[in-house]
Each structure stands twice: as C-alpha cells, then as structure tokens.
Design a protein around this ligand. Structure first.
Ligand code: HEC
Ligand code: HEC
Length: 285
C-alpha cells in the first residue's frame, strides 16, 4: 500500500506543519520556562536567606552574646539569678555594686565562688571566706560562662601539687607570700580594713587560683612570676608543711619560726631566771 492518497498527503503536510509549528514555538516557550525557573530559584534563594537571617538574627539582637556551650548556658542561668544584680547583664559590671567580669577568667570565678566569697552578701571592704553556696559542678558552669564571655586565666586540671618540692616551696613562700600571709600562713591585717586571710582552709586549686588571679590586694603571680612548677612547690609547702601541725618549734609555736626562736626564747627566759636567782642570792648574803 502506497501513501499517495490525497488524505495521506494532507496528513503528511499537516504533520510537517505541526512539527514545524511545534519546533517554531518550542524555542521561545522553553526560554520562557527557563526565565520563570530562574526567577523562581532567585525567589527561593531570597526566601532561604531571609529565613536563615530571621532564625539567627533575633538571637543575636536579644542576647548580644556569642554561641555558648551547654555548660556555659547553665552557668548563665545561675549567673542571671545570683550574680546579675551586682555584676550586670553579660557580666559587664554595675557602677558601685560590682566590677565587670569580662576577662577575669574561670580561675577568678572558681576562687571567688568556691571560697564562698561570691555571691557577696553585702557591700563591705572585703568579701570574707564562707561556706560555698554552689556545688563544684555549678561553679564549673559559672566559670565556663565567664570564660566564654571574655576569656582569661584558667586553673589547669590534674594534681597541682604534683612533684612539688616542699623545701623550695618554703623558700618561695617566704620571699613572695609571707609579707602578707605571715610566715605561718596565718594571715594578717592590711590597710583600710582589709586583711590577708589564713591559708588553713585553702585547697590546692584555691591556692593556685589565688596566685593566678590576685584577688583584692594580692598581686597576680602569673606564669612569668612563678612557673607552674614553682606554684606546685608553694602548694606542696602550704599543704604539707604549714598545715600539718608539725610545728618545727614544739609546744608553743612562737610564730612557727622554727628552732631558732625556741632557742632564743629559752635563752632569754633562762638568762632572766639566772639573773634573778643570783640577785636573790646576793640579797640574802
Ligand atoms: C552584692 C553584690 C555581689 C553579688 C551578688 C556578687 N558579687 Fe561578685 N563581686 C562583688 C564585688 C563588690 C566584687 C569586688 C570586691 C572583691 O573582690 O572582694 C566582686 C568580685 C567578683 C569577682 C572577682 C573579679 C576579679 O576582678 O577577679 C568574681 C569572679 C565575682 N565577683 C563573681 C561573682 C559571681 C560568679 C557571683 C554570683 C554567684 C557574684 N560575683 C555575686 C559584688 C557581688
Ligand atoms: C600584698 C599582700 C599579699 C601577698 C604578697 C600575697 N597575698 Fe594571698 N591574699 C592577699 C589578700 C588580701 C587575700 C584576700 C583576697 C580576698 O579576700 O578577696 C589573699 C588571699 C589568698 C588566698 C585565699 C585564702 C582563702 O581564703 O582560702 C590564698 C590561697 C593566697 N592568698 C595565697 C597566696 C600565696 C600562695 C602567695 C604567694 C605566692 C600570696 N597569697 C601572696 C594578699 C596577699
């Protein structure tokens, strides 16, 4: 069968026409579709960017703080309840109430809160040591919050007195600490109602943190002034020699200056007794 009937030829022509028409129309239509597609993609991208912005922007505006770890978030919750009245929102300080804590570091928080000095009960010349209000875990969280806000010194983990040389520690203590804390570590008065406290209750970490942060009138003993090894020596000396009641001088500790003071005391008392005895004998005869 041939396709040479008029109907078939018409059909061929129509198909050819349709195909041409389709071909002719198909180019502009797909360009239009591409344009619509591009516009849609642009719109979607804008929407995504806007969405991302609205997700992150309110957080940034309201808090004005960088992203915190969960420990620091917990610390901030504690801070906002117990510390914010004196140290202000974001720990920036409140005039006449409490200093800024930006940059004081976790070491300072650990020292202040673990010795019970903070939260301060009322305004006074110097916050006294008292039983701590927070648990170790909470203190770590508070410290983490302040650390992530502004950085600063941190007390290293591990045994801080490890390898400490007690004899060298004693030497370093007499040179660096005894002017305020006394040779015995018993503490002493400073000017204007302030005082250097006794070291009797201080833990290793508290001694380390005190040296690192220099609370109140105490100087900062950074790692340039006293290396971590020298700090270990001092801690070993305070814990093993000052606290264990091994008074080098016997029953009366006489300021724990050691056998020399004992000797001087015995010498003076003995001499006075001998002089009185000889005077008494001379008066009798
Ligand atoms: C009643 C007010 C008050 C409250 C509450 C308070 N503080 Fe303080 N804080 C002070 C004052 C005043 C000082 C400075 C005087 C001082 O060092 O003894 C200070 C000092 C500090 C320091 C030492 C800063 C430095 O320069 O090293 C730290 C750390 C600190 N506070 C943390 C806290 C934390 C954490 C809390 C909450 C658990 C808290 N404080 C609650 C008033 C307060
Ligand atoms: C210029 C005087 C001064 C010198 C020197 C000094 N301190 Fe202090 N120290 C202080 C004062 C003041 C405080 C009390 C700070 C406060 O209450 O906020 C203190 C507190 C401490 C505490 C906390 C005691 C507690 O309550 O548990 C320790 C530990 C300590 N000092 C260790 C040392 C060591 C170790 C040295 C030597 C490396 C030293 N100090 C040198 C003045 C001094």
């Amino acid at each position: 069968m041939t396709s040479d009937t008029p109907a078939d030829r018409r059909g061929d022509r129509e198909r050819g026409l349709l195909a041409r028409l389709r071909r002719g129309r198909s180019t502009p239509r797909s360009r239009g579709r591409r344009r619509v597609g591009a516009a849609f993609r642009l719109f979607a991208a804008l929407l995504l960017a806007g969405g991302a912005y609205t997700v992150f922007a309110p957080g940034l505006n309201a808090e004005d703080t960088p992203q915190l770890t969960s420990a620091a978030e917990d610390g901030r919750a504690l801070f906002d309840v117990s510390c914010v009245t004196c140290h202000g929102r974001n720990a920036q300080g409140v005039d006449g109430r409490g200093p800024s804590l930006i940059g004081v570091g976790a070491a300072s928080v650990e020292f202040q809160v673990s010795t019970g000095r903070m939260p301060m009960a009322r305004q006074e010349a110097q916050a006294p040591r008292k039983p701590p209000v927070f648990t170790d875990e909470e203190i770590r969280q508070l410290g983490q919050y302040i650390q992530e806000l502004g950085g600063g010194p941190q007390v290293p983990d591990g045994d801080l007195a490890a390898g400490g040389d007690v004899a060298n520690g004693g030497h370093l203590f007499r040179v660096n600490c005894s002017s305020c804390h006394a040779f015995s570590g018993g503490g002493g008065a400073l000017s204007s109602g302030k005082y250097a406290p006794s070291l009797n209750d201080s833990t290793d970490r508290q001694i380390y943190a005190a040296m690192l942060t220099g609370p109140q009138n105490m100087p900062v003993f950074g790692d340039n002034q006293l290396t971590p090894e020298q700090k270990a020596d001092i801690i070993a000396y305070v814990q093993e020699s000052l606290k264990t009641d091994g008074d080098p001088g016997g029953f009366f500790n006489l300021g724990r200056y050691g056998p020399v003071t004992e000797g001087v005391a015995v010498f003076l008392v003995g001499m006075v007794a001998l002089i009185f005895a000889s005077l008494w004998i001379a008066g009798k005869s």
